[in-house]
Design a protein around this ligand. Structure first.
Ligand SMILES: C[S@@+](CC[C@H](N)C(=O)[O-])C[C@H]1O[C@@H](n2cnc3c(N)ncnc32)[C@H](O)[C@@H]1O
Length: 398
């Protein structure tokens, strides 16, 4: 069925109309005329799959990756990098507008490397083949190279089959020194790790949460900071943008005394903020990440940082007026309302909100707006070629 794509939605899909119903079509570009197959029919909308581009949009470019059309990993490789940056700015401004937040973001910080930036990736293994799933399916797209991943990750893909995994997944992490940490999730017997160890800089292999070779962590380095990162701790996936994020945290905490860093992971932002602040307290739910955070405190010679392993919603009594700056870097779901209410009650001078989901960010900003004004809002292109981005927002007390 023929559809003309008129604009992007906020998930990087093209939007058109078919029989007066809105239709969302991934991997299409405004201005394209496309042949589409309907994959989902709902009362108010349709979802389509691109069959063929009949007339390409002027914005369309040939994706560098041969797997782009089937693979669920990237969304925007079919437009130029500058178009994708403009899309991300427009998208975030649209979300702010829909949430009635009167602020226009004008700046997006580019990733020094738009390709080969990812230092962590999860590959699926199905019937001995390695790749990614197609969007919203469990159909494997077999690959031997991913343009988003660092080269040390790409080099190891061809040898993963030597592990003899038939079904499962492999999570590969790579540090500043191109060392690799592998985490396998499979019921299959791993009977040969020698090839991988001999051919690649593998520092550790973990299988179903049990270390079967080397260590279950590695040391990563961003700017001059060193971080122990366990196989299952969160760490930002784009070291180039992570470096920019750290510089902004240093800048925004330069007049802070006491900083509370909620959702602190392995202590990254706490440690960066502690360079300026008198004292920092980090809170994180993952106990392995807190073990890493305490070691990172020593690695970076910081004695003005402390960490607590807790769910943020259970430490409301620790959110006090002693803190003049609160850093929030929650998962995609955003900050729970109970915690936001407590922050509003304590009313610190400054809140620095780091977010990877503009929808939950806007929801939370709407609540904070009662007592705060946005003094700075920057987008960071943490995930080039995908529809995602990172935001850092500074809120000052009214
Ligand atoms: C986006 S990461 C940020 C980590 C860190 N700020 C960084 O930049 O590396 C979010 C972190 O919040 C933690 N987390 C998720 N839910 C939490 C909760 N309810 N209470 C405390 N931490 C939580 C996750 O384990 C994860 O480490």
């Amino acid at each position: 069925m023929k559809v003309e794509v008129i604009k992007f939605d906020n998930s990087g899909r093209g939007i058109g109309y078919l029989n007066d119903k809105i239709i969302f079509i991934p991997k299409t570009v405004p201005g394209d005329i496309v042949d589409v197959e309907i994959v989902l029919e709902k009362k108010n909308y349709l979802e389509g799959r691109l069959v063929e581009v009949i007339t390409p949009s002027k914005l369309r470019q040939k994706p560098i990756c041969p797997y782009f059309n089937e693979c669920g990993g990237c969304d925007l490789m079919h437009i130029s990098l500058s178009e994708s940056l403009e899309y991300k700015l427009n998208k975030v401004n649209d979300i702010l507008k829909r949430n009635k937040i009167d602020y226009e973001v004008t700046k997006i910080i580019k990733s020094e490397c738009p390709y080969n930036y990812r230092d962590k990736v999860t590959f699926k293994i199905v019937d001995g083949k390695i790749g990614f799933f197609q969007t919203d399916t469990h159909k494997l797209v077999e690959i031997n190279y991913c343009y988003l991943c660092k080269d040390a990750i790409n080099n190891v893909i061809k040898d993963i089959h030597t592990l003899n995994i038939k079904n499962g997944e492999v999570i590969i992490r790579c540090n500043y020194n191109d060392e690799l940490l592998l985490s396998l999730n499979t019921q299959d017997k791993i009977d040969n790790i020698e090839t991988l160890i001999n051919e690649h800089k593998i520092v550790g292999i973990v299988n179903n949460d049990k270390c079967i070779y080397g260590e279950d962590y590695f040391i990563d380095k961003i700017n001059d900071y060193l971080f122990k990162v366990s196989y299952n701790s969160f760490f930002q996936v784009n070291p180039y943008i992570c470096s920019e994020l750290f510089k902004l945290i240093e800048k925004y905490t330069d007049k802070s005394n006491n900083v509370l860093d909620l959702y602190c992971g392995v202590g990254t932002l706490s440690i960066v903020a502690s360079m300026n602040a008198k004292n920092v307290l980090g809170v994180e739910i993952n106990s392995n990440a807190i073990i890493d955070a305490n070691l990172n405190k020593t690695l970076n010679k910081r004695n003005n940082v402390d960490f607590i392993c807790e769910d943020t919603k259970n430490i409301l009594n620790k959110i006090t007026s002693d803190f003049d700056t609160i850093i929030l870097d929650p998962p995609r779901s955003g900050v729970v309302q109970k915690v936001l209410n407590k922050i509003m009650e304590v009313n610190p001078d400054k809140i620095i909100y780091v977010s990877c989901d503009p929808n939950t960010l806007a929801r939370d900003l709407k609540l904070l707006e009662e007592k705060y004004i946005i003094s700075n809002f920057k987008l960071l292109d943490m995930f080039p070629e995908t529809e995602h981005n990172e935001s850092i927002v500074v809120l000052e007390k009214k």
